[in-house]
Ligand binder design. Structure first.
Ligand code: ATP
Ligand code: MG
Length: 492
């Protein structure tokens, strides 16, 4: 306060404080949100909180998507109730997070469950009240416990749990289109920063001073790239300008958050557009080790079999997202790193190692070089390893091997991977066709298949390549239907 007053007396500029904006209420007539796009549970959470006397709104990306006429993939709620008060309102609600405490309200069980994320309105981070931490987060534990706004030496916010009014909550969100609130009961959009106008213009504009906002949280750089690619928005010039210079700050972001962001970039349903946008912003290389393994020095997919394979994998991922099917990060990442696994595998074989141990070692080396230590991702790494380890097993088509292979729980992912390799021209398409028929056929047909592989081995590829892919040619399907169904949502 005093510092501000002195600055004012000395004629110093207000600096880079984020503007609060002005509350504007937009009625249904103007915003034209289609209530059919709303999620029943999201609305239920809002109603539960308002019935209890709190303010509550659908917020952020969901409002943006509703305004664009898209069905949001998840619904977040913002409220003036504290996390404890929110938790008390719902039967299954859990307070999570330390850096940023929020509540997960959970509906349903198992695969069908849905989580509505509820966050309490946060106060605007003011330059003067943030405690600065020199050194890293761990060594500054005492400082972290003492204050709720904590930033590191580069201005990155480490902890942020001070509640405030909605107007401040809006100002601390990233882009104008992400800072709107929707009251589903009164059908009102609350907009403080011209988000509606920007949504109509398809412009991504940072609230406040972009450089300061990137310093607070460098991940916003990647979010800008992701939203531009996903929504087809242009990044407004002032928002774009500091991106290249701020890029190096991404090195301070914890590895696991970077990993999550990379997966989001590649699973937005616009993976290739995201890579292209990264390239445009000079971030395609040197930011994500996994992309470094794939992209050439210009940040593009190379014009060879590896590049083609990754392109096909990403196109397939985009297609699945568009169709509302599940996409497994393990499959996509296994595709991204396959080229490098193969190179290292070959080198080890050339050095005299046996094929299977060489593949194991190559995988270990690639994990070390490109994935690093991301604790809590054992399953993801195990799935990737399994997909890769299955590949040489597809070469053996005699004896009981094929039967054992198709009984594997991850067989479908392994086969889809093989099919993509075939499509990219890395292997003979006849091999993928053979497995497709083998798995789709009945037990009898499968037995016939395995005999024909043994007896007619040299000629079968030519013969099958001619016939093309025979979808479900063997009638009764082992996986309960044609390829479409077997490879559907349950597949990977
Ligand atoms: P998506 O459709 O990808 O989920 P989203 O906008 O909903 O996009 P989330 O990561 O789910 O993105 O975040 C929800 C909201 O929280 C955002 O719309 C934004 O208002 C706010 N937010 C999230 N991350 C940040 C951030 N790093 N800085 C500022 N605000 C953020
Ligand atoms: Mg969201």
């Amino acid at each position: 306060m005093i510092k501000k007053l002195i600055n004012k007396l000395l004629g110093k500029p207000e600096g880079t404080a984020t503007p609060l904006g002005k509350r504007v209420e937009i009625t249904a007539e103007e915003h034209r949100i289609d209530p059919a796009l709303l999620d029943e549970r999201g609305v239920k959470v809002v109603k539960g909180l308002t019935d209890a006397g709190f303010e509550a709104y659908i917020v952020g990306g969901a409002v943006r998507d509703l305004l664009l006429g898209r069905r949001p993939k998840d619904f977040d709620v913002a409220t003036d109730a504290t996390p404890e008060q929110v938790k008390n309102q719902f039967r299954r609600a859990f307070i999570i997070g330390r850096r940023f405490r929020i509540v997960h309200v959970v509906y349903g069980r198992g695969r069908e469950h849905e989580v509505i994320e509820v966050s309490t309105f946060r106060a605007l981070l003011k330059e003067d009240d943030a405690e600065q931490v020199q050194g890293n987060e761990k060594t500054s534990k005492s400082a972290l416990d003492g204050k709720s706004h904590v930033v590191d030496a580069s201005g990155r916010v480490l902890r942020d749990n001070v509640w405030g009014p909605q107007i401040e909550d809006a100002a601390r969100r990233d882009f104008t289109v992400n800072a709107m609130y929707y009251d589903p009961q009164r059908e009102l959009v609350v907009d403080y920063h011209g988000g509606l106008a920007d949504a109509r213009k398809k412009v991504l504009r940072m609230i406040g001073d972009p450089e300061t906002r990137y310093r607070e949280d460098p991940v916003r750089i990647l979010r800008a790239v992701r939203f531009a690619a996903k929504l087809g928005f242009t990044i407004e010039p002032k928002t774009r300008a500091p991106i290249v210079a701020m890029g190096p700050l991404l090195a301070n972001v914890p590895l696991s958050r970077m990993f999550d962001e990379m997966i989001k970039l590649l699973q937005t349903g616009h993976a290739l557009a995201s890579i292209e946008e990264l390239r445009k912003q000079g971030l395609a290389r040197g930011v994500f080790p996994i992309l470094d393994a794939v992209l050439d020095k210009d940040g593009a997919l190379p014009d060879n079999v590896h590049g083609k394979f990754v392109r096909l994998a990403l196109e397939d991922t985009d297609k699945r997202v568009a169709e509302g099917r599940s996409v497994a990060p393990s499959f996509m990442l296994a595709c991204m790193l396959w080229g490098e696994v193969q190179q290292r595998w070959q080198r080890l074989i050339d050095g005299g190692e046996g094929a299977v141990p060489a593949l194991q070692q190559a995988i270990d080396l690639v994990f070390d070089a490109r994935v690093g230590d991301i604790s809590g991702r054992g399953k993801l790494a195990a799935d990737m390893r399994e997909i890769w380890m299955m590949q040489p097993r597809f070469e053996r088509r005699t004896g009981s091997g094929p039967h054992r292979l198709i009984e594997q729980p991850r067989y479908r992912a392994g086969f889809d991977f093989l099919a993509l390799r075939a499509e990219a021209g890395e292997i003979d398409p006849a091999l993928a066709d053979w497995w497709e028929d083998f798995a789709l056929g009945s037990e009898d047909d499968a037995a016939r298949c395995s005999i024909s592989a043994r007896d007619a081995a040299p000629d079968r590829s030519a013969q099958q390549a001619q016939g093309g892919r025979r979808t479900g040619a063997f009638g009764a399907a082992r996986f309960g239907g044609g390829r479409q169904r077997a490879g559907g949502a349950g597949g990977r």
